[in-house]
Design a protein around this ligand. Structure first.
Ligand SMILES: Cc1cc2nc3c(=O)[nH]c(=O)nc-3n(C[C@H](O)[C@H](O)[C@H](O)COP(=O)(O)OP(=O)(O)OC[C@H]3O[C@@H](n4cnc5c(N)ncnc54)[C@H](O)[C@@H]3O)c2cc1C
Length: 533
């Protein structure tokens, strides 16, 4: 019989962590089903290959939102990983945990066990930090966090410019405090990408009790009354079923975990009925509470040919870059896109940073597209805790059809004002003594954009996701009508069914989401194993 103790739907960032931890005893049987293929495409593993997977039709779902009113009606491009490791196999590699207060807030919302002091042990457990162990960091975990080898003249100038504006240098955004300017650590291992497929799945994949199926898309969960019993999936054009003796775990990410719940009859009844999906359990919050970070990419022309644009636009420098990478696994190919960053307050009266800057020593029209022909660098600004809320809703009972994604970007006055203030901060940084010698001019939005309305229009016309859609299977107590899972990540009202991925965040963390998802999966694995013991 095709039966396992645990069946995991989605072999992405969280799925690979769960597959490793749940099968670690060598006895518990686990099946992990991944819709995409194996991660054998070489560019996945080379950090600069980010640009090669950004629009790849096989390894990337290449989603688009519905037309967004706040973005001049544009359908914003939403890449998502579609391979083992999921989005951790195609992401920008930046290793950030968020702010301590983010997790204290989760706990205050009625989620016991999720305060910062309670999640810190999981952040330490998951981590192999090349800097070694201390109060904040671990060195014995599977997930590597590495430093960017060599300081870059432009990043140094950015850090010095920030200091002129009173933003201190910070050498560890994941330590005592996040605020400041500095270099990011990256999820790389000796110059290669360290996705969760590399960190967690590779060491576990030969275990006899772990089955991994690729090109296997889960189409629904089936129930005996209100108990989840199995999943149905499509592989090689045929339909299969897998029985879960203990639990079904959805780890399909913020777009597809709520979609799978809705297709299986768990969600807002009116939505399900409108597509003829029989309601198994009414749960108003499934697919709601969607939050994302919107980036406005402020681009400057550089006075010196020291940017990655210059390297990529010269055949001999590209050759040298390739040779450097082959020989030493260092240089621009080992770094990906963003080297440095800033966490800052747009208003000194605020208690904690409300914007993040991603600083790239290159420039292009879209993240991951062809670099400009001139020397350029980018300060991408994003508001850390947006108030705008959207949704993910099925728009067909066909499981192979993408659901509607509607983030409602810039739909509150605070979100609009914060982004505009962030763009103004980028300009102040560019005008500071340390950075201004490198600035030949502002390419985007450009000097003609002066009024707040101009800057907002720039964000509406060219703003993009920074790839963190979250919150669509919100964690919260049963008293919260929009909560989908409880603090143990069990779906409210249903037995033997959990959701473990980025969708469970009740509020988006103040930073990038990959490390938080790995922490969530580590903690979930612990809770699942304890419940079974
Ligand atoms: C281009 C890009 C850049 C990013 N940059 C960064 C960064 O620099 N730093 C950072 O911290 N975060 C970054 N992120 C965000 C971060 O990577 C994600 O938030 C995180 O990886 C999400 O993990 P997850 O487990 O929720 O989902 P995913 O990792 O996306 O995993 C979901 C998996 O489920 C599979 N799946 C979906 N539906 C089904 C189904 N029906 N059946 C079977 N399998 C299914 C998918 O193919 C995928 O493998 C980036 C994301 C992207 C896309």
């Amino acid at each position: 019989m095709n039966a396992f103790d645990y069946v995991i739907a989605g072999g992405g960032t969280a799925g690979c962590v769960l597959a490793n931890r749940l099968s670690a005893d060598g006895r518990t049987s686990v099946l992990m089903l991944e819709a995409g293929p194996r991660d054998s495409y070489p560019w996945i593993h080379i950090p600069i290959g980010y640009a090669k997977t950004m629009f790849h039709p096989v390894y990337n779902w290449c989603f688009r939102t519905e037309p967004e009113p706040g973005m001049n009606g544009r359908q914003v491009y939403w890449p998502r990983g579609r391979t083992l490791g999921g989005s951790s196999a195609i992401n920008g590699l930046i290793y950030i945990r968020g702010q301590h207060d983010d997790y204290d807030h989760w706990a205050a919302l009625g989620n016991p066990g999720w305060s910062h002091v309670e999640v810190l042990p999981y952040f330490r457990k998951l981590e192999h930090n090349v800097r070694g162990e201390n109060d904040w960091h671990g060195a014995a975990g599977p997930q590597w966090a590495s430093d960017i080898g060599k300081p870059h003249e432009l990043v140094e100038a950015m850090i010095a410019a920030a200091a002129e504006l009173g933003i201190p240098r910070n050498d560890d955004f994941n330590g005592a405090t996040q605020e400041g300017a500095g270099y990011f650590q990256l999820t790389t291992r000796r110059g290669l990408r360290c996705s969760t497929a590399v960190a967690y799945l590779r060491p576990a994949r030969h275990r006899a009790n772990l089955s991994i199926a690729t090109n296997a898309q889960v189409t629904k969960v089936t129930f005996d009354g209100r108990r989840a019993t199995s999943v149905v999936y499509r592989q090689d054009g045929r339909e299969h079923a897998a029985v879960a003796r203990r639990e079904v775990i959805l780890a399909a990410g913020s777009i597809q975990s709520p979609q799978l719940l809705q297709l299986s009859g768990i969600g807002p009844p009116a939505l399900l009925q409108s597509f003829g999906i029989p309601v198994v359990h009414a749960l108003a919050g499934v697919g709601e509470n969607l939050q994302d970070h919107l980036q406005a990419r402020v681009i400057f022309r550089c006075t010196k040919p020291i940017t990655t644009n210059d390297t990529l636009n010269s055949w001999w420098r590209t050759l040298a870059m390739g040779a450097q990478y082959l020989l030493a696994r260092t240089g621009p190919m080992a770094v990906g896109i963003n080297q440095g960053g800033i966490f800052a307050r747009t208003d000194p009266a605020l208690a904690r940073p409300d914007v993040q800057f991603h600083f790239a020593t290159l420039s292009s029209d879209m993240a991951g597209s062809q670099v400009h022909t001139f020397p350029g660098f980018t300060m991408s600004v994003c508001q850390l805790r947006p108030e705008s809320r959207g949704h993910v809703r099925v728009k067909s009972p066909d499981p192979m059809a993408a659901p509607a994604m509607q983030p409602h970007y810039l739909s509150t006055p605070t979100d609009r004002a914060t982004l505009v203030a962030g763009i103004r901060l980028a300009r102040r940084l560019a005008a500071a003594d340390a950075l201004s010698p490198y600035v030949a001019g502002e390419y985007r939005p450009g000097p003609q954009a002066v009024a707040d309305e101009d800057l907002l229009e720039f964000a509406r016309a060219s703003g993009a996701t920074i790839f963190h859609p979250s919150g669509t299977c919100k964690m919260g107590p049963a008293t919260d009508a929009f909560a989908v899972v409880d603090a143990q990540l069990r779906v409210h009202g249903i037995d033997n069914l959990r959701v473990v991925d980025c969708s469970i965040m009740p509020t988006l963390v103040s930073g990038n989401t990959n490390a938080p998802v790995i922490m969530i999966a580590e903690k979930a694995a612990d809770m699942i194993l304890r419940a079974a013991a």
